[in-house]
Design a protein. Structure first.
Length: 565
């Protein structure tokens, strides 16, 4: 009995020491936030794999100690006291820590709800290309040019991304459903009022601002629900939920084009979107449920509101190196994505294809996204999220320069649309899970809001940039400059992801060095590696110290270090 207790204490202490000080501090913050959650002032839904590893290990020995104590109730008083001491010491540490996400259950219903939200927000927005072509070709609004219409698309995307932190703030104050219902009302008003717009400024305010802000109020709270339900399948769940973007793009592109052709104007197409998007969003908002919902603070206390505001717009989070790397990577990835989506169809027309053939290319691109996004999520969980992101960004860069620019025929462009669509949404799929993996739970909303909002000023001009890069003096390929710029965006995103990979590998190598330098720690890490296939891997302390040395050679060695990360 005494030896079993001693072994359990030793193994628990060893694993606790194995976790680097930064993770230990995060565990301390998380435990205090769990206590805070009882009076409803903290949001704590997300767990990193390293934190879950520590909790499972502690609970394992706590359970073993309890079972052994129960089975030997008639043994000596000394042994009973020993086990009681072990059990109480573990109970003091563990009970405040919530269970790991179930990786399923009602989480799949929430995943479906997010799919419906994405279908009716970003998916519906993908159909704007049809409106853009109709506005421009028919001169619907007097005095408008291609830049004027392009600005409508820019306003929608910029508001959708830029208002994400404010949606997070409202979630802290009212819970997730109140801002989502606000978004439903604004989405309906935006599309419905746009159908009556007669002036360009009216279109800016309705289809631009109202629809854009409503998208932020809907998708931002919804997507933060999923990480609370999933851990090992987190990327897969996010990928499945983002099927809605591609499916919505296909559905609304075809239906909007058909209604415009049948009615002769855009009004009934916009009204159809108002009704259909509102219904799907209401269903999703009613059914979605956070796993650990906090008690809303409302406006009972001004100091409480200020506290929540500072937690969302946190300067400390804004200065985090890893968060800023993910944010800038996301800006380049999303900018390249939008440039490609807006340019593909006009490029096909410039190459002599019909408008119908060009619309088929856009449809195939969106359909490929529907299939590709959950596959990207699965690959991220299986081979490492950073590894998968870097690989897919490399593929995108190659496809743009080696495939898109030389394409001339419909079949070539069709194959390009399918290949590109399967991986072009890597930024949307991986941004949430990358943020969730690098920050502690209390900082997730602030970090995720920062990542989304940082690109808003750039995305405002995205479609304008695409139009400005069009060179009418080059009849063979007027969109060459736009294609090159798209490729450069993906190359920059790749470089940033490799730098991000180096920083994460360096962090894990430092953990490994601390573990291998202490024999007691090494045993704990080894046992947990057997059970969970964690980040720790077999090296010697000398080897770890060598790779951690600060010089350019080791920087690139860490960047391409063979590890599942």
């Amino acid at each position: 009995m005494g030896s079993s207790s001693s072994f359990a204490n030793e193994m628990t202490a060893g694993l606790t020491a194995a976790v680097k000080p930064e993770v230990a501090e995060q565990d301390k913050v998380r435990r205090s936030s769990e206590i805070t959650d009882k009076d409803g002032s903290s949001l704590n839904q997300i767990h990193t794999p390293e934190e879950s590893m520590l909790r499972r290990f502690k609970r394992k020995f706590a359970d073993d100690g309890t079972k052994e104590q129960s089975s030997t109730a008639d043994s000596s008083q000394q042994s009973s006291c020993s086990l009681t001491t072990l059990d109480e010491s573990l109970i003091e540490e563990v009970p405040e820590v919530s269970e790991d996400p179930p990786d399923g259950g009602y989480g799949w219903v929430c995943c479906l709800c997010v799919t419906l939200i994405m279908f009716s927000t970003w998916g519906a927005n993908s159909g704007f290309g049809v409106f853009l072509a109709y506005y421009f070709n028919n001169g619907v609004f007097q005095g408008a040019n291609k830049y004027s219409y392009a600005l409508v698309a820019g306003i929608t995307v910029a508001c959708g991304q830029g208002f994400a932190p404010f949606a997070m703030f409202l979630t802290k104050i009212f819970g997730c459903k109140v801002p989502m219902y606000m978004g439903v009302v604004m989405l309906f008003c935006g599309f419905m009022l746009a159908s009556f717009a007669k002036e360009l400024w009216q279109l800016y305010l309705t289809q631009g601002v109202l629809v854009g802000v409503s998208m932020a109020l809907l998708y931002a709270p919804a997507t933060t629900v999923i990480p609370g339900w999933f851990l090992k399948r987190r990327s897969l769940a996010i990928g499945l939920s983002l099927i809605g973007t591609g499916a919505g793009g296909v559905t609304y592109s075809v239906s909007v084009n058909k209604l415009i052709q049948d009615s002769g104007n855009q009004s009934w197409a916009l009204r159809m979107m108002a009704v259909s998007c509102t219904i799907t969003c209401i269903v999703a908002t009613v059914l979605i449920k956070p796993r650990n919902p906090p008690k809303p603070v409302y406006f009972k206390s001004w100091s409480g509101v200020v506290k929540e505001f500072k937690s969302i717009f946190s300067l400390r989070v804004a200065r985090m190196y890893s968060v800023n790397l993910v944010a800038v990577w996301f800006v380049f990835a999303l900018f390249g994505y939008n440039l490609m989506v807006f340019t593909l169809s006009p490029y096909a027309v410039a190459k002599g294809l019909s408008a119908h053939q060009a619309s088929i290319l856009t449809t195939c691109l969106n359909a490929a996204q529907t299939v590709g996004r959950p596959i990207m999520g699965y690959l991220g969980d299986k081979f490492g999220r950073i590894n998968t992101t870097a690989l897919l960004t490399t593929v995108l860069s190659t496809l743009v320069f080696a495939f898109w620019i030389p394409c001339h025929t419909f079949i070539q462009l069709l194959m390009f649309s399918i290949c590109t669509g399967s991986c072009v949404g890597v930024g949307n799929v991986m941004s949430t899970v990358l943020v969730a993996d690098v920050v502690n739970p209390t900082d997730f909303l602030a970090a995720w809001g920062l990542v989304n909002s940082m690109g808003a000023p750039f995305l405002l001009e995205c479609e304008i940039v695409a139009q400005a890069l069009t060179d009418s003096k080059n009849p063979n390929n007027p969109y060459l400059h736009a294609q090159v710029f798209t490729g450069v965006c993906f190359v920059c995103a790749l470089i940033l992801m490799l730098v991000f990979r180096e920083s994460r590998v360096r962090t894990f190598l430092q953990e490994q060095f601390e573990i291998l330098s202490n024999p007691q720690r090494r045993v704990s890490a080894h046992l947990e590696q057997k059970r969970n296939d964690t980040i720790f891997f077999q090296e010697t302390p000398h080897k770890s110290a060598e790779i951690l040395a600060a010089n350019p050679k080791n920087f690139f060695r860490r960047m391409f270090y063979p590890i599942r990360i």
